[in-house]
Design a protein around this ligand. Structure first.
Ligand code: KIV
Ligand code: ZN
Length: 520
């Protein structure tokens, strides 16, 4: 085993999956496992096959689907568990059995209700048994972080003698500080016979937000395998996040000069896939993969980034597979970023008056909070933010159990009133269909998000929508106690933005024709 390489062991499908409120289907798991393999993960913990027939099936299918990544399955230190892993991987050439047993005093006494010598015997027998079928055996000392160092050394020596090839020292409850966690590895490396024959591994939980720091500390004191999950999913506050460790190793090669197999440019896509399949949204300020990780809102930061990216960006978005950073145009954006954004949209400074334009921008930013490129274009070409094309004047819906939902919608546009009705899968679908009938354009709803503002029945809902209109994306946002009505208003706002942009495009064409005529 080379000492300059870190093995990435992903447990999204085991430790991550066991924390979800509803389990994933085999098909979902195979899709995630394939994405993890493409990401360059070395070992995938596919599940805990003895726990259910469905988990067994998933482990078996993942084992069959993987080509280069080593599939692994979890087993308690019990014959039935180990047999189940072996059966699941029956037709797989290379696989790992990961067997574990609690070693801390509290777990041995209160959970296992046994004594240390029995723990030692069980651990040895489990490894010995697994050795009959594979030479890739990982042994985990569950709750190693709270285990006496003397006991740790004793059990590790014993399982190495039986044939364990990877020794994992988990901070099962996320209790250790980085100093303590590193010291545990140092002690084990310096005092355990046979330790140089095996790979040492970290497995850190994030109860106190230290999972990544502890993992790095483990690496500093000899660990060469890191167990982690995508987006930090896992029991309670989660596990060490794979993308964070990979990004640290990429950004701070000076501190972590190790090779690894992770294809950084696949990180964002994998993170999005796992979030979508597991139905766990990523917090916007999550390190590396959060929506805001590469967005700059403050005027000072935006100005700095435009002058030199490295002022406020230590990791480029393109590294993790994102096309570029985002500049959020908000009330805090300064003149410099507006100028930059207008230039990107093709407008030279000589074609507008910056102070005057900025004044209009600021008013709109105060009103909307966030100004999109198409809003800037409307300000530029129409000289104002544009009037509403449609507004909702009436809405009636009927829906219920075993009933077809029907919506009657009345929209106002200039002096005209349009009334129509449509049926749909639910009240929102029916209402949107009715609105689309009036607007009579090819509109595709590309995103719909509803968030409750408050907890009680009287709380309001915020509806954020994006639509595709003439091949471009437009956004709408509305808040209300009636979520069907708020949905319609949000939808109409997005449509109005699309309509206004059509007007802007017409203006542009007129202008081009005028320019050409002048030239002739
Ligand atoms: O947290 C833990 O200790 C575990 C073991 C099963 C490795 O998940
Ligand atoms: Zn765990």
């Amino acid at each position: 085993m080379t000492n300059d390489r870190i093995i990435f062991f992903d447990t999204t499908l085991r430790d991550g999956e066991q924390s979800l409120t509803s389990s994933l289907s085999t098909e979902d798991k195979v899709q995630i496992a394939t994405a993890l393999e493409n990401l360059g993960v070395d070992v995938i913990e596919a599940g805990f096959p003895v726990s259910s027939a469905e988990d067994f099936r998933s482990v078996r299918e993942i084992g069959k689907a993987l080509k280069s990544t080593v599939p692994c399955a979890l087993a308690r230190a019990l014959p039935i568990d180990i047999e189940s892993c072996v059966q699941a991987f029956q037709n797989v050439e290379r696989f790992r059995v990961h067997t574990f047993l609690a070693t801390s005093e509290i777990h041995v006494k209160s959970k296992l209700r046994t004594n240390w010598s029995n723990v030692l015997d069980r651990a040895k027998s489990a490894v010995k048994m697994a050795r009959k079928w594979t030479d890739d055996i990982e042994f985990s000392c569950e709750d190693a972080g709270r285990t006496s160092l003397k006991n740790l050394v004793e059990i590790i020596e014993a399982v190495i003698k039986e044939g364990a090839t990877t020794i994992n020292l988990p901070d099962t409850v996320g209790y250790c500080t980085p100093e303590e966690f590193g010291a545990m590895f140092k002690f084990v490396v310096e005092n355990t016979k046979g330790i140089h024959k095996v790979v040492l591994s970290t497995h850190c939980h994030n109860d106190l937000g230290l999972a990544v720091s502890n993992t790095l500390s483990g690496i500093n004191f000899g660990a060469r395998q890191v167990e982690c999950t995508i987006n930090g999913l896992g029991e309670r506050s989660g596990n060490c996040s794979l993308e964070e460790v990979a990004a640290i190793m990429y950004t701070r090669k000076d501190k972590f000069p190790f090779k690894n197999n992770i294809k950084m440019e696949k990180i964002y896509k994998t993170s999005q896939l796992v979030s979508r399949i597991c139905n766990i949204p990523i917090q916007p300020n999550k390190a590396v993969v959060g929506e805001n990780s590469f967005s700059h809102s403050s005027g000072i930061h935006q100005d700095g980034i435009l002058k030199d990216r490295s002022t406020y960006e230590i990791l480029g978005p393109e590294v993790i597979g994102l096309p570029g950073h985002k500049m959020f145009m908000t009330p805090r954006s300064g003149k410099h970023v507006i100028q930059h954004q207008l230039k990107k949209l093709g407008h030279q400074e000589s074609s507008y008056n910056l102070p005057k334009f900025y004044e209009q921008f600021s008013k709109l930013a105060d009103k909307q909070g966030h100004v999109h490129d198409y809003d800037l274009e409307a300000l530029f070409w129409l000289g104002h933010e544009g009037e509403e094309f449609y507004s909702l004047s009436d809405l009636t819906v009927s829906c219920g159990t075993n009933k077809i939902s029907v919506a009657q919608v009345a929209l106002k546009s200039c002096e005209h009133k349009y009334q129509t009705s449509a049926s749909g899968l639910g009240p929102i679908d029916a209402s949107f269909k009715a609105i689309k009938k009036v607007v009579n354009k090819n509109i595709v709803l590309s995103d719909y998000k509803i968030t409750s503002k408050g907890k009680g029945c009287d709380s309001t809902g915020q509806v954020d929508i994006s639509i595709l209109f003439n091949g471009k994306t437009y956004f709408g946002k509305a808040i209300g106690e009636d979520i069907v009505e708020a949905s319609c208003r949000s939808f109409i706002q997005a449509i109005n933005n699309g309509h206004r942009d059509e007007k802007v495009q017409m203006k542009k064409i007129e202008n081009e024709i005028k320019d050409r005529e002048c030239f002739i």
